[in-house]
Design a protein around this ligand. Structure first.
Ligand code: COA
Length: 243
């Protein structure tokens, strides 16, 4: 893959393309199951409720639809495998390059990112009240993140918590390790007016290669993206219409 290769769709050129989909609207707008492979339909069938089944199916269809448009191939031509910690990846073929991608969903909202600038991770969370923020932060945040969270104004603390959480999860998903990554061994910044940055306790120089961004999403959600390229042009595209 050439270093200056860009993703091009609808006249847009970018290193990382992000799209988001309201899963319930997409499922109501058109049949989504036909786009899925047999193993995905089998997985959908294992969900306990119709709602979870429908949302999973819509998310897979939206992933295939978006990647298919970006790569110029039919959505059902895409094959997936998994990395050592379960991160899904594309099986490349002569007509399908090995681009990186990642998926996140929370309730009815799904976010997708496709990258030609190295590993990418996304996270989205529905913002729910949390009774004991300090306790949850103690379980999942680094010491300096816990201190920064508890120093934030009480009325702004829940939003700060979700900014921190989504940035951390986007990074561990980009790394491919997921939540088994030691969450107390790195810091993200999450102040309301602070640019998102990453500090890796055990590899301070490596952190400079990473870029973290908040992603604009519907009210009531918080989302973030991490990619291993500081110069990457990250664009949002309306790839999968759910109306
Ligand atoms: C991946 C993981 C971060 C998901 O977190 P989550 O908040 O429940 O879900 P999200 O919506 O953010 O992401 C789910 C998507 O992440 C992707 N994913 C799965 N494993 C991944 C990994 N190791 N790295 C990055 N992305 C991964 C999948 O596309 C998944 O979507 P799908 O279930 O529709 O296939 C978490 O399950 C994890 O860390 N798994 C790998 C490590 C592991 O085995 N952990 C056991 C429990 S701690």
């Amino acid at each position: 893959m050439s270093a200056d290769w860009k993703l091009t769709v609808g006249g847009m050129r970018a290193d990382v393309l992000v799209w988001q989909v309201d899963l319930d609207r997409l499922a109501a707008a058109r049949p989504t199951a036909p786009l899925l492979a047999a193993d995905e339909r089998e997985r959908a069938g294992r969900f306990a409720t119709e709602r979870l089944r429908t949302r999973f199916t819509a998310a897979r269809a939206a992933l295939r639809d978006g990647l298919g448009q970006i790569l110029g191939v039919p959505p059902d031509a895409l094959r997936f495998s998994a990395g050592p910690h379960g991160k899904p990846r594309l099986v490349p073929t002569p007509s399908i390059p090995a681009v990186e991608f990642n998926v996140a969903h929370s309730e009815g909202l799904a976010i997708f990112a496709c990258s030609v600038s190295g590993p990418v991770g996304v996270d989205v969370e529905r913002v729910w009240p949390i009774a004991d923020l300090g306790h949850v932060a103690h379980l999942y945040f680094s010491a300096s993140e816990q201190a920064a969270l508890m120093a934030s104004a009480p009325h702004a603390r829940l939003a700060a918590f979700y900014r921190c959480w989504t940035r951390k999860e986007a990074f561990v998903k980009a790394s491919g390790v997921g939540l088994r990554f030691p969450l107390d061994r790195f810091d993200v910044t999450f102040g309301a007016d602070e640019p998102p940055t990453l500090t890796l306790h055990d590899a301070p120089l490596a952190a400079a290669a990473w870029r973290l961004e908040a992603l604009p999403v519907a009210r009531g959600y918080e989302a973030a993206i991490a990619c291993r390229s500081t110069a990457a042009v990250i664009s949002t595209a309306d790839l999968v219409q759910a109306a």
